[in-house]
Ligand binder design. Structure first.
Ligand code: NAP
Length: 503
């Protein structure tokens, strides 16, 4: 590079390779949800201190900020659904409610200095690789350059509304579960909820007692595991505060219990599957009297094929006199309410769409352009894939937390993010050691890994269980990690550097 070129380069805000200039890399983390928070804390501890977080909203929290629907809670036990570096002896329940988790996220972000380095209300619109750095542009048009990009944008953040005829003609209040309109008082109203997934179950369980009439539009019956909720006493919280090792024990206890209970089942372990199915059937039989309603709530596919719904309040709620399970199928929406295929109009004041999210979004709709001008959205073509769920060939120094085909299901995403950050740190250290400008998975490693996934997924319950779910991509293949969580943990602990191209 000539002296003039070099000056122009510097003036543009760009730098040479961080490993060769002997500086710490400038790292941009996109998203200040749980994985973004984990990334900041762990990277800083590992000596990577030049960090900037870009957050589209005005607060940290991600999914726990976006979702505020009534009954919102986490069906992963609190002591496991916590950062390892921020154990919380003060959880009030075995399964925490949404506002308490959001408060925990905000408190952790504050305590560990995440908020201080976060640009709020700064949606990132484009990322372009201009070797050796990434050009990052925000919605406001601000441009900056980074050596490494880490996306921590979550999986389910783009709400999906069905494309039902007449939807916009509805004269009542209508909103998606993740965009709850708190100005609408549901007391005594005629409320419709479309969907019976994890979200709908929690909403229905919460609101059934106060609305005037509740109509729940079910397309597919769900397998429901009872949720053994428990309130923790003040004395117990104090005890945990005095003896933190007890909390560490509980973290591992729930980790083992959940991964063994569900991890094996989804891979086809018949004993575990039977145990789960029996539990769900007992739950249904105990709560719903024999008859037409129970029949319609009985799934016709295998348990754990869709994500298991852990909820104890749905069945009692749907059995109330003021509740109705509607299974006739939605024909269209009229100004008055929902018209089902049998020609009946279900008159409503409020309509809630608990209809899920786009599972292919990840970092999209941010425009990501890698080497040679390759566009990530085009590269994925509606089927997002990554190497070990974290990186993509042709997109150097671009890392994803909770990326495509990572382990999800009924596991703690916080734990998964923490493993992934540790893996990334090993990779950054490797770059540093080799004074490399860029690190990217080789095309061969990416193909081999994804071929192994393609060969493994047909054996999972997601593919063989006879159901449709957001776990399946447009080719009908599950887009999840098809091996045991313990294998994922091992993979994350020891990166195989020969799978990467250093330049
Ligand atoms: P979801 O699991 O995708 O469920 C969407 C529901 O809407 C399903 O019942 C679906 O029916 C129904 N639906 C979609 N389009 C429809 C249409 N056009 N007509 C009628 N019904 C329609 O979404 P979600 O409940 O929001 O949950 C998404 C994920 O978020 C969960 O799987 C879970 O991973 C996570 N989550 C976790 C927790 C937690 O406690 N940790 C709580 C809530 C959510 P079909 O089944 O027939 O498709």
């Amino acid at each position: 590079m000539s002296a003039a070129e070099s000056m122009e380069f510097e003036a543009s805000g760009r730098k040479g390779p961080w490993t060769q200039e002997g500086r710490t890399p400038k790292i941009a983390i996109i998203g200040a949800g749980m994985s973004g928070i984990a990334a900041v804390v762990k990277l800083r501890k590992a000596g990577y201190t030049d960090l900037t977080v870009f957050e589209k909203a005005d607060r940290v929290g991600g999914t726990w900020r976006d979702n505020s629907y009534p009954g919102l809670s986490c069906d992963v036990p609190s002591y496991w659904y916590s950062f390892r570096f921020a154990p919380n002896p003060n959880w009030s329940h075995r399964f925490s409610y949404g506002p308490e988790i959001q408060a925990y996220m905000e408190d952790t972000a504050e305590r560990f200095g995440v908020s201080k380095i976060t640009h709020f209300n700064s949606a990132v619109t484009s990322l372009t690789y201009e070797a050796p750095q990434w050009r990052l542009v925000t919605q406001a048009g601000d441009t900056s350059f980074f050596d490494i990009i880490i996306t921590a944008t979550g999986i389910l953040h783009q709400p999906v509304l069905p494309d039902t005829p007449g939807q916009s003609s509805f004269e009542g209040n209508a909103f998606h579960s993740a965009r709850w309109d708190h100005s609408v008082d549901l007391t005594g109203k005629r409320v419709g909820v479309i969907g019976t997934g994890s979200t709908a179950a929690q909403i229905v369980g919460d609101i059934a007692g106060r609305v005037g009439k509740l109509s729940v539009f079910q397309r597919t019956a769900q397998w429901m595991v009872p949720l053994q909720q428990k309130t923790y006493s003040e004395r117990w919280k104090r005890f945990l505060g005095w003896f933190p090792f007890v909390q560490t024990f509980l973290y591992h206890f729930y980790y083992q219990a959940m991964t063994r209970g569900i991890g094996g089942a989804v891979l086809g372990d018949q004993k575990s599957l039977k145990r789960i199915a029996d539990l769900c059937v007992r739950n249904l039989f105990r709560n719903v009297p024999e008859g037409n309603l129970r029949d319609r709530l009985t799934p016709t596919y295998q348990a754990a094929c869709k994500r298991l719904v852990l909820c104890s309040s749905f069945y009692p709620a749907i059995c109330r006199e003021t509740s109705e399970l509607v299974t006739e199928g939605i024909d269209h929406i009229s100004p008055e309410g929902v018209v089902t295929k049998d020609g009946r109009t279900h008159k409503l004041d409020v309509l809630v769409y608990a209809t899920g999210f786009d599972p292919t979004a990840f970092i999209l709709p941010t425009r990501v352009t890698g080497e040679g001008g390759v566009d990530l959205e085009k590269f994925w073509d509606g089927v997002p894939r990554a190497h070990r769920a974290m990186s993509v060939p042709g997109f150097p120094n671009f890392w994803m937390l909770e990326g495509p085909t990572g382990p999800i299901g009924n596991l703690s995403l916080i734990t998964i993010s923490e493993y992934q950050v540790d893996y990334m740190i090993d990779c950054f250290n490797h770059m540093k050691h080799h004074r490399a400008e860029a690190m990217t998975p080789s095309r061969e490693a990416f193909d081999t890994y994804n071929q192994a996934i393609r060969e493994a997924v047909p054996h999972t319950i997601w593919a063989t269980g006879g159901c449709n779910s957001w776990y399946l991509d447009k080719n009908g293949l599950p887009n999840l990690y098809p091996w045991l969580p313990s294998q994922f943990r091992r993979e994350m602990k020891r990166p195989i550097f020969s799978e990467y191209r250093l330049s």
